[in-house]
Design a protein around this ligand. Structure first.
Ligand code: BGC
Length: 247
């Protein structure tokens, strides 16, 4: 079964057709730069462009980069503050006529890893952390997702969240050296380990490709591995979620 998977990110909105049984693309990936500002109307236009590009009439699974509850955006986060309170599936459905399933982007990436990648067949608690512009999380118990967790928003100090201290975006902005960033990641992962006692951490997002460069600085007992699907995970997982939610 094929589903159009879309990953909405801060710099690009990417889509591909996905065979949700195998987790493989059945088309080329198509990327359109995220509009600036990324308002609901502007992003909905891009979704329409993608659906038209693939000439797609079926279901669409969409990964969305903000806190969500049942397809409703709870805070504009790193996208645009105008998103707060928007029922994202309805907005897109009204725009293109397709049926949408909206999942958090980190949940989508985690679903791809649990079904087809580094978390496949792993029992117990698996925590996927995506390190990109923000910090996203996906938590699984025996392969089942606890949706919409926001472990990048755990408070660090002075009311500041860890995302503003240890994300890849912060590393770039503050030009952190490998060891400066490594120390921050160590603090972050030690704390998440304490909160959740996972059996496995999977690191995703842009930083997953560089894991070898900073892994030795995260001195925790829990096994920590890089995501396998790299930048395909968001699209594949969004499509996989659509299969489960609206079949
Ligand atoms: C958002 C999360 C999202 C993460 C990665 C955070 O700012 O709150 O929902 O998963 O960024 O995009």
């Amino acid at each position: 079964m094929e589903i159009l998977g879309i990953d909405i990110g801060g710099s690009g909105i990417k889509g591909a057709l996905v065979d949700v049984q195998t987790g493989e693309y059945t088309s080329e990936r198509h990327r359109i730069p995220t509009p600036n500002p990324a308002t609901p109307e502007a992003v909905a236009e891009v979704i329409k462009e993608l659906v038209t590009h693939f000439n797609w009439k079926g279901k669409v699974g969409c990964g969305f980069p903000t806190p969500l509850h049942k397809g409703k955006c709870l805070s504009g986060g790193n996208l645009d503050k105008a998103w707060k309170g928007v029922q994202v599936d309805e907005l897109f459905q009204n725009k293109t006529g397709n049926t949408y399933s909206i999942v958090n982007d980190a949940d989508a990436a985690g679903l791809a890893e649990i079904n087809f990648g580094a978390g496949k067949d792993v029992k117990g608690t698996v925590v996927m952390i995506t390190l990109g512009t923000g910090i996203g999380s996906a938590v699984f118990l025996d392969g089942r997702l606890l949706p919409n967790t926001e472990f990048g928003h755990v408070l660090y100090k002075n009311g500041e969240i860890f995302e503003k201290y240890a994300s890849d975006g912060v590393r770039k902005k503050e030009k952190l050296s490998r060891s400066q960033w490594g120390k921050r990641l160590h603090k972050y992962f030690s704390h998440i380990q304490l909160l959740l006692s996972p059996d496995l951490f999977i690191i995703g997002g842009g930083a997953s490709k560089k894991l070898d460069k900073f892994k030795d600085q995260i001195k925790i007992d829990t096994l920590l591995v890089a995501a396998k699907l790299e930048n395909e995970a968001g699209i594949v997982g969004a499509a996989a979620a659509a299969k489960d939610l609206i079949m």
